[in-house]
Design a protein around this ligand. Sequence first.
Ligand code: UD2
Length: 310
Amino acid sequence: MTADRLTDQTILVTGGAGFIGSHLANALVAENDVRVLDNLTTGDRAHVPDSATFIEGDIRDDEALARATDGVDVIFHEAALVSVQGSVEDPLTSHEINSTATLELLEAARAEDARVVLASSAAIYGHPDSVPITETDPKDPTSPYGLGKLSVDHYARLYNELYDLETIALRYFNAFGPGQVAGDYSGVISIFLDQALGGDPITVNGEGTQTRDFVYVDDIVQANLRAATTDVVGEAYNVGTGDSVTIRELAEHVQAVTDTDSEIVYTDPRPGDIQHSSADISKATADLDYEPTVSFQAGLERTAEWYRSQ
Ligand code: UD2
């Protein structure tokens, strides 16, 4: 498949009612026949575009998966148990969803000869030796979540090598944007915005010197769309921006964009927290023509705007 963009395809977005999946479904629905499979554990039916076919079901359910994958051309696999902390508390469920069910999905894709664009994660690298992180750097995940993503990232490559299935794994760094609902284990930006707009203190873990590469959801979507049409398959790509900010700076930016009096408080460091993270995106730029388009500041403003409107 080598086209500039996806048109007239039958597409499945797993997790399409969730944060990243719903943005993807919305980007695809005008020119394609889009199906969404989501169990609504963390997703929201209201975020699924009206013209998409919605299948409420769990990716662990064979019957739901068979219905969702029947006749598809492309699968974007975003459904996952996304909480790192949750995976530490319940590694078996994390494995069932993030590894076993994803393997089942690859099998279904093999039967349909469908391309699979798979959500992998920077969590596969664990504590990096140095930053920016390149795709060939050591992988030493520190959570069941990271290990599960590493297994399916490798399975995607193997399915290409063994069965000629068109697969691409995208290793997301710290995704943020509208639709990322604040919760105990959601991304730090959603938590800080929720705290600041609610008039609560902004809780920085440790001294806030740790850094993250925050990538706006539109750019995650861009990487997915390019992965869906590239002729370079069987590869994995970092999806970040190449820039990073400290968590302390992030807290200050959140204070500024929300125009709040919320103070920044420093709590205990999070056990096992990664100190530095930033993506080397040169491989995605070279192969996929991927370029981040939304700056951290602009993305933060748009996300704050969305929170205010909620
Ligand atoms: C994120 C993803 C994870 C994985 C990884 C890849 C989330 C929730 N997790 O893990 O799934 O893809 O990236 O690199 O998106 N922090 C605070 N105060 C808070 C919450 C967090 O200071 O109230 C800090 C936290 O200690 C960490 C940073 O903010 O240093 C980012 O935390 P996170 O949970 O948003 O994301 P991360 O990088 O652990």
